[in-house]
Design a protein around this ligand. Structure first.
Ligand SMILES: NC(=O)C1=CN([C@@H]2O[C@H](COP(=O)(O)OP(=O)(O)OC[C@H]3O[C@@H](n4cnc5c(N)ncnc54)[C@H](OP(=O)(O)O)[C@@H]3O)[C@@H](O)[C@H]2O)[C@@H](O)CC1
Ligand SMILES: Nc1ncnc2c1ncn2[C@@H]1O[C@H](COP(=O)(O)OP(=O)(O)O)[C@@H](O)[C@H]1O
Ligand SMILES: [K+]
Length: 510
């Protein structure tokens, strides 16, 4: 799914109005009716107090339409108009008149702190103060209203965007925004919804297709994509009936140290389970027996050193090398990694201590082959690129790093983001059950395996992150978030392949 900028969305509204020959009022009615339907289906007529906070632009107009429809269906609604400016939009004014036709209670006006209503935690709040039109800081009293609503602990549904949130700046103490339980957004999610620092403001995200012009949406180029099943299906390469193991490549997994052999065992298992033709593991000597018994399908080569890697020599020609899991960052291991980089130009995936070594020895970064995939978690990323001011600054720095070094960076997290040059691929699978030791090691195996099977490294990263998260989602339903461990993900990657083309009973939500 494309992620559009707000300028592109505003343009899409305009184009839709022209091409579908509808008025902006009708488009608003369509969008707000879809939101109403959603809320109505969940509340199911429940007589809970609903308070709608409307701005004076089109987001406020949406709020008034939703309010009118709720009143018409017998709900208890109080609408407030937050008078933060004198410039009312036409569709706001029109819907202001319409809501008066169905209620004797005129929306009451909030002009300052004295007008703030009491909000109980049993209230149901609809936040329609600002949408994508917010373009400057909130006035002091409006910020106080936002905090007042947040403090109430009431259930909050934000329309299009949580009010106070800019599409390109993180909210914070000084820049307050509504902390919604649910955000119902129109047509396209906004990038900020997927960044960790915005999570507490967005709550559960719902994207509603309001029927904006298909042609405009299809033709408009974006550099941000949300990866769901439809996108992942397009990446899959079917297997050939007459294939032999050589067709699916030979992956070399290098890492491990005394006490951390489990990490490469997980990576190797995941590499095999994702479909690589052959896997060889290179580990310190102490890993030999463990690896031969935990992953008998893999071949094992060992370093002359017992406990850490010191000299990585092998007499084979792998299609891809994955380095770093559990390797440590000792002097000998760093020297061995350096030699490996200088002597091979195979496609590479670098994880964990591989990234930590690069962070300490920055000059090694230039030795990485083009399109190498790095898979840092936030701590590893910070060591690699330095601190960031906020998540937008993080993306800016990672894009710069990717362009400068021609590398693919997989920023792991709840929504893992794959960065290549200026392009972002945001993953929409995975769950908190995957916050468990070793699940990152499994991910490196999945990506390595796909590269071994001749997927382009960027595709391997995007598709691999999707499959890894999807496996976690399937397993969480079977065994709970708590019961899920990394080995389960490695063992069951096949389920995410099966799921790719399984017919859904209902279309997939977001
Ligand atoms: N277009 C369509 O057909 C559809 C649109 N839809 C809905 O419209 C929403 C966008 O509506 P919108 O453009 O009217 O902006 P909105 O977010 O309501 O803000 C209102 C105005 O406030 C102003 N302002 C900004 N910052 C401010 C501040 N700090 N303090 C005070 N004032 C401030 C600024 O005006 P300015 O004063 O800068 O001229 C701004 O325009 C969108 O999110 C969706 O919900 C849907 O119905 C689908 C169909
Ligand atoms: N809350 C979450 N939602 C989705 N995915 C998650 C979540 N928490 C962790 N993950 C995924 O699990 C993996 C954890 O990797 P990492 O932190 O490197 O773990 P480890 O070092 O223990 O292997 C990443 O792929 C990450 O995206
Ligand atoms: K809003």
């Amino acid at each position: 799914m494309k992620i559009f900028d707000i300028e592109q969305l505003a343009k899409a509204d305009k184009v839709t109005i022209e091409k579908q020959e509808i008025s902006s009022t009708e488009l608003m009615e369509r969008a707000a009716t879809l939101v109403f339907n959603d809320i109505h289906s969940k509340l199911n007529g429940a007589q809970i107090p609903i308070k709608i906070f409307c701005g004076i632009g089109n987001n406020g107009g949406d709020g008034l339409v939703i309010g009118r429809l709720l009143l018409e269906h017998g709900y208890q609604v109080i609408a407030y108009v937050v008078n933060y400016s004198n410039k009312r939009s036409q569709d706001f004014l029109l819907n202001y008149d319409r809501i008066k036709e169905v209620s004797n209670n005129w929306p009451s006006s909030i002009k300052g702190e004295d007008d703030f209503p009491e909000i109980s935690e049993k209230d149901f709040i609809i936040d329609a103060m600002f949408g994508i039109g917010l373009n400057r800081p909130l006035e002091d009293w409006v910020g106080k209203l936002v905090r007042h609503i947040n403090r109430s602990k009431a259930f909050i549904v934000a329309i299009d965007m949580p009010s106070g949130m800019f599409a390109d700046k993180m909210p914070n103490e000084k820049r307050p925004a509504i902390k919604a339980n649910v955000t119902i957004t129109f047509q396209s999610p906004k990038l900020i919804f997927f960044l960790p620092q915005a999570a507490e403001y967005i709550g559960d995200l719902q994207v509603i297709d309001i029927g904006l012009d298909r042609e405009y949406l299809a033709k408009t180029a974006v550099n941000k994509q949300l990866i769901n099943k439809p996108e992942a299906q397009l990446l899959y390469k079917p297997r050939i009936n007459f294939a032999h193991k050589g067709d699916y490549g030979h992956a070399l997994i290098i890492g491990g140290s005394y006490g951390k052999i489990g990490s490469i065992s997980l990576t190797a298992k995941a590499t095999l389970k994702t479909g690589a033709g052959m896997v060889t593991i290179f580990s310190p000597k102490c890993g030999y027996q463990i690896l031969q018994s935990t992953v008998p399908e893999a071949m094992v080569l060992t370093d002359e050193n017992e406990e850490t890697l010191s000299n990585i020599e092998f007499d084979l020609s792998p299609d891809v090398i994955c380095f770093g899991m559990g390797a440590g960052t000792s002097k000998e291991t760093t020297a061995a990694f350096k030699d490996l980089l200088i002597n091979t130009k195979k496609p590479m995936v670098i994880d964990a201590d591989g990234i930590n070594i690069l962070s300490k020895e920055k000059e090694l970064i230039k030795e990485l082959p083009e399109n190498t995939v790095l898979t840092p978690h936030p701590g590893e990323l910070e060591r690699l690129i330095g601190k960031w001011k906020d998540d937008f600054d993080k993306l800016y720095k990672v894009k710069k790093f990717s362009k400068e070094h021609k590398l693919i960076v997989v920023i792991k997290g709840a929504h893992t983001i794959i960065v290549f040059n200026d392009d972002l691929y945001i993953n929409n699978t995975g769950n908190p059950g995957m916050a468990t030791a070793g699940s990152g090691d499994v991910l490196s195996g999945v990506i390595t395996s796909l590269i071994s099977q001749k997927y382009e490294p960027l595709i391997a990263a995007v598709f691999g992150v999707y499959l890894h998260g999807k496996t976690g989602d399937i397993l969480a339903e079977e065994m709970s978030y708590e019961g899920l461990i990394a080995g389960d993900i490695a063992d069951n990657i096949g389920k995410s392949f099966l799921d790719l083309f399984k017919k859904e009973m209902q279309s997939e939500g977001n």
